[in-house]
Write a protein that binds this ligand. Structure first.
Ligand SMILES: Cc1cc2nc3c(=O)[nH]c(=O)nc-3n(C[C@H](O)[C@H](O)[C@H](O)COP(=O)(O)O)c2cc1C
Length: 221
């Protein structure tokens, strides 16, 4: 298919088809953490597929962005902070070590809702990493010990060898935690809630952290 054929095909795919929930921006909570909790609760209750999957965007030393999806592993509504876990030696880990500013994005198609968060990320202590890792399934812990995340992989065989080694490590010490396994916390300094509308009368509400509180205002969609 050429570009035009793709355009034609994609044009026929519906987006924001609805029915979609409303969003009364006048009655939105004063704090974005409260609103995020409400939207996430509704996504979980209504069966939005994998609503805890989010895109984390980071930048490298020359300002080039990179993005990938991760699982949201915790959330502090009072401080509007979001918790995720990864390997500090991964590409994202290296980028966050060089520049802690990052963005998180969710899209919940069933509700036509997008949430965008930006803020600074801090790495939590080893205790948090331990608790997170030891609470995982066997498969996830084996994966955590298999090779170096984001490093070049020479062959599928190398991967199998890494898995076998990981199983041995965990058989010898079921409480082992990979050195690089790290829990990160992104504290929002800005949060935007987008409610799509089937008639394209979308709503956008942005919160900006200000003097210990939150300033909020509408944005043109
Ligand atoms: C649904 C889904 C959930 C994922 N969750 C995580 C996660 O919680 N932590 C993580 O490190 N990688 C997760 N990954 C893998 C990342 O998308 C990514 O491939 C990996 O972290 C390496 O990213 P990097 O090279 O940019 O550091 C997930 C992938 C998918 C598809």
């Amino acid at each position: 298919m050429d570009t035009d054929a793709w355009s034609e095909r994609l044009r026929r795919v519906p987006a924001l088809a609805g029915p979609l929930p409303g969003f009364d921006t006048e009655r939105a909570p004063a704090a974005p953490g409260v609103l995020f909790g409400q939207w996430l609760t509704r996504a979980l209750d209504d069966g939005v597929p994998e609503p805890h999957v989010m895109t984390l965007s980071t930048v490298d030393a020359s300002g080039r962005p990179s993005a990938r999806v991760l699982l949201l592993r915790g959330f502090d509504p009072d401080d509007c902070a979001f918790v995720f876990a990864t390997d500090a030696g991964s590409r994202k880990g290296a980028e966050l070590a060089g520049n802690p500013h990052a963005a998180l994005t969710w899209y919940w198609p069933l509700h036509g809702r997008q949430v965008r968060i930006t803020g600074a990320v801090e790495a939590l202590d080893r205790r948090a990493a331990r608790r997170d890792f030891l609470g995982r399934s066997d498969a996830s812990r084996i994966a955590g010990f298999t090779g170096r995340m984001s490093a070049d992989l020479a062959s599928p065989e190398e991967y199998q060898e890494g898995r076998a080694r990981a199983r041995d490590v965990l058989a010898a010490d079921p409480q082992a935690v990979p050195e690089g396994h790290t829990v990160y916390r992104l504290r929002a300094d800005e949060a935007e809630f987008f409610q799509g509308d089937t008639g394209r009368f979308h709503r956008r509400l942005r919160y900006v952290r200000d003097d210990g509180g939150w300033r909020r205002g509408l944005l043109w969609p």
